[in-house]
Ligand binder design. Structure first.
Ligand SMILES: Cc1cc2nc3c(=O)[nH]c(=O)nc-3n(C[C@H](O)[C@H](O)[C@H](O)COP(=O)(O)OP(=O)(O)OC[C@H]3O[C@@H](n4cnc5c(N)ncnc54)[C@H](O)[C@@H]3O)c2cc1C
Length: 458
């Protein structure tokens, strides 16, 4: 370890290497999955792309595995070492290399916190669409590596939709640049798309060119309280069929609503707790108002009540409330095990029903909420963190849910990635030749298997 620290210190300076007992254990934000925070051989904090390349070159030459690590807000254990790796932290690479507000584009380094990117865009009347939670801590590189989305993903897309160029260090230490400040480029294979969502298993993202767009003048939140999941999920499909384009189209089932109802900012959600549909219309002030009115009309056909936020402050309060749902659900029984499965949107109601049926079979309460327009729900089994038996039953229920989602033509992860915790999940939803192609891509780029081993394995 001492000689490893000395070798890495020659590359990045002794202040930016931690080795031995001081280097860990390191966790991320993954909850209740028996994930054991691992102890790396060293943590290294390079300060430039050239230093990242030198670190990767050194590790590859020495046969040392690496774990790229951003803000450690990941929910699949992707940035958690399993033991003995070199953790490459990107937090010092936080420069804005170039910002052309008039051209709606920016080049930033991987370690820039996502919230800084949002603030910078906002100060210039622009926006960057993806808005995953934990933005003060999560980094652009981590957001890209997980192809993160957020509440607005239905209308605005996920990280991949906003990246036009990626700079990355690939084994055995080469710097590659795919794309750039270009809005269109079909010359090569989609290497940008390959790196986005690769969870640090192919290379280390060091910088990216991102697309921005003018921020809308106004946004108006709409809440529909429906009698049950059938009515609520049908209302979501009605919104699509009506050709409306809300930026958010979320739902909360009765379990989720009951947990968070006390803090609901726009009145009383009623008893018993309703199945809630949440939407947002945006545009000029007039467009946002007429979009909200159209949503109200469509949703009212299936709802017992519809509320439209009457001021920007009410809309902001609504999203703050929505942000708190996960915590409120977790507080009900002292812990939870949540999945981020996604299904074709016409299977939404089946997903809510399947989650409840599994909860009932394993003796656990459930709560399901999330991005209904994308068919992506946080299907959650409530279990006290201190109750080993309940946690085991939650694990079994979650495992059956993943199998159900794959069989329903969906995915075991619509948002958080495979990481460590969904090891083997991909092979449930892809056939053998497709899985073989996935493995072949990994082998071609990282033949020695040194980039984040054990993660995103089919
Ligand atoms: C409260 C909360 C809310 C969240 N909300 C959302 C949400 O709405 N939508 C959503 O999609 N996710 C959400 N997440 C998950 C998480 O925030 C995202 O996956 C995220 O953007 C990860 O960024 P990070 O910098 O923390 O990455 P980390 O956790 O550090 O790493 C995640 C993965 O990316 C890899 N990685 C990190 N940086 C690099 C790099 N520079 N190059 C190559 N690989 C890299 C790691 O190896 C790991 O596999 C949420 C998490 C929390 C805690």
């Amino acid at each position: 370890v001492t000689s490893l620290a000395a070798d890495l210190a020659r590359v990045v300076g002794a202040d930016h290497v931690v080795a031995g007992a001081d280097a860990g254990p390191l966790a991320d934000a993954t909850e209740a999955r028996g994930l054991v925070p691992g102890r790396p051989a060293a943590v290294v904090r390079p300060g430039s792309t050239a230093e990242v390349a030198a670190v990767v070159r050194h590790c590859c030459a020495a046969g040392l595995a690496m774990v790229p690590r951003g803000g450690a807000t990941g929910l699949a254990g992707g940035a958690v070492p399993t033991g003995g790796e070199v953790v490459v932290e990107l937090g010092r690479l936080r420069a804005v290399r170039r910002f052309d507000p008039g051209l709606w584009r920016i080049e930033v380094e991987a370690g820039l916190p996502v919230a800084h990117l949002h603030r910078l865009a906002r100060e210039h009347g622009l926006r960057f669409g993806p808005d995953p939670g934990a933005a003060e801590q999560s980094q652009v590189g981590g957001m890209l590596a997980t192809n993160a989305g957020g509440p607005h993903a239905f209308g605005l897309g996920v990280a991949r939709d906003w990246v036009t160029g990626v700079e990355a260090v690939m084994p055995p230490g080469d710097v590659v640049r795919a794309g750039g400040p270009l809005r269109k480029d079909v010359a090569g294979y989609d290497l940008v798309g390959l790196l986005v969502g690769s969870e640090g298993t192919l290379g280390v993202v060091t910088a990216a060119w991102l697309r921005l767009e003018p921020a809308p003048e106004a946004a108006v939140g709409v809440v529909a309280a429906c009698g049950d999941a059938e009515a609520g999920c049908a209302a979501v499909l009605d919104v699509l069929a009506a050709g409306l384009r809300p930026t958010v189209l979320d739902v909360l089932d009765e379990g989720a609503t009951a947990a968070a109802a006390g803090a609901f900012p726009l009145g009383d959600l009623g008893t018993p707790a309703p199945f809630v549909v949440l939407a947002e219309a945006e545009g000029s002030a007039g467009e946002a108002a007429s979009g909200a009115a159209a949503l109200r009309e469509v949703l009212a056909a299936r709802a017992r009540a519809v509320v439209v936020a009457s001021t920007p402050a009410e809309t902001r309060a609504l999203w703050r409330w929505r942000d708190g749902v996960s915590l409120a659900v977790g507080a009900q029984h002292g812990g939870k095990l949540g999945e981020d499965v996604a299904v074709p949107v016409d299977r939404l109601a089946d997903l809510v029903r399947a989650t409840r049926a599994l909860g009932a079979r394993h003796g656990l309460p459930t709560a399901t909420w999330g991005h209904a327009g994308d068919g992506n729900l946080h299907a959650t089994f409530l279990a006290d963190r201190a109750d080993a038996d309940a946690l085991e039953r939650a694990g079994a229920a979650a495992d059956e849910l993943l199998a159900w989602a794959a069989a329903a033509g969906g995915t075991v992860t619509g948002e958080h990635g495979i990481g460590l915790v969904k090891h083997g999940g991909l092979a449930r939803q892809w056939d053998a030749p497709t899985v073989a192609l996935h493995r072949a891509v990994k082998r071609a780029i990282d033949p020695a298997g040194l980039m984040n081993p054990g993660k995103k394995e089919p």
